[in-house]
Design a protein around this ligand. Structure first.
Ligand code: CP
Length: 321
């Protein structure tokens, strides 16, 4: 059966830990894995499709596929027929005949689910309106590196708690056994279905979920602080209004002082200094955002390799390591 990575809960807690272990091993041996090497000098191809702009995701997938002996086929916004001239299902039927993995940054989660339904090769969510699961693998790898573990730690996410990053922090965080607190203003809190799914998974891992409008309640003694832009792609017209409503949820020096001593600070980037995070915090000693950005490369190589392996699609001799 082909395995896909469409939401953070597509990996069980044990599988998520396996992927993070693999990411750490790949980071220690960057060119040691040949997942996409084919026989002779040939390379397998990974289609990396963008309906929205990107720096980190685009570069980390392109470099990661090349590291794994493959050929990254980057399709930029506006360069394909998907969704306007051709259905997602027909696109999947064509791509699966030509490529070995499909990575897609798009809007609707339903589009990714349809792509996966019609694809016999793994489909990976490179960000949708609902989730950013590849980012969370990188974030968890970074937490492991700096804190030595994930289970039992408290992660506080502040800001737009209704966006894709908040959803993924809830799901991936509890999957890793973390106590996840999300804080945002009324009207910008996560959907009840996401909270319920996170609470259910937390019962199996020892994690927990807190949703609050109080930044202070979320920050109190937290080990890991995280935020995201207050203005996601497509919301640019609302910038002034959103800056006003999210102001009490900024991660600044006062917020950091309310967290545990030595707490680390995550931001998926791009960051807007003076808005969701202060310059002093993101450029300060407790920020780990550059490690987090680098870890996109290692985490995504690991999930690509893991999905190919779990789907029985690695076939070149000696290609698994
Ligand atoms: N964090 C993130 O996904 O960055 P890009 O939008 O630049 O890919």
């Amino acid at each position: 059966m082909t395995r896909h990575f469409l939401t953070d809960l597509d990996l069980s807690p044990a599988e998520q830990a396996e992927v993070l272990d693999l990411a750490a091993a790949m980071k220690a041996d960057r060119y040691g894995y040949r997942t996409y090497a084919a026989s002779g000098h040939a390379s397998k191809t990974v289609a990396v499709i963008f309906d929205k702009t990107s720096t980190r995701t685009r570069v980390s997938f392109a470099a990661g596929v090349a590291d794994l002996g493959g050929n990254p086929l980057i399709i930029n916004p506006g360069e394909s027929q998907i969704g306007h001239k051709e259905s997602v299902a027909d696109t999947a039927r064509v791509l699966e005949r030509m490529v070995h993995t499909i990575v897609w940054r798009t809007y609707a989660q339903a589009g990714l689910e349809e792509m996966a339904r019609f694809s016999s090769v793994p489909v990976i969510n490179a960000l949708s309106d609902d989730y950013h699961p590849c980012q969370l693998l990188a974030d968890l790898l970074t937490v492991r590196e700096h804190c030595g573990r994930t289970a039992g730690l408290t992660l506080a996410y502040l800001g737009d708690a209704a966006n894709n990053m908040a959803n993924s922090y809830l799901l991936a965080g509890v999957n890793a056994g973390m106590h996840v607190r999300v804080a945002g203003p009324e009207g910008y809190l996560p959907d009840e279905a996401i909270v319920a799914a996170a609470r259910e998974r937390a019962q199996a891992t020892g994690g927990s979920v807190l949703v609050t409008t109080s930044a202070a309640e979320a920050l109190d003694g937290a080990d890991v602080l995280a935020t995201d832009t207050w203005v996601s792609m497509g919301q640019e017209d609302e910038k002034a209004d959103r800056a006003e409503v999210f102001r009490p949820y900024a991660i600044d020096e006062a917020a950091l002082a309310a967290a545990a001593p030595g707490a680390i600070v995550l931001h998926c980037l791009p960051a807007y200094r003076g808005y969701e995070i202060s310059a002093g915090v993101i450029d300060g000693p407790q920020s780990v955002v550059w490690d987090e950005a680098e870890n996109r490369l290692h985490a995504q190589k690991a999930i690509m390799h893991w999905l190919m392996d779990a789907s029985g699609l690695i076939d070149a001799p000696g290609s698994s390591s």
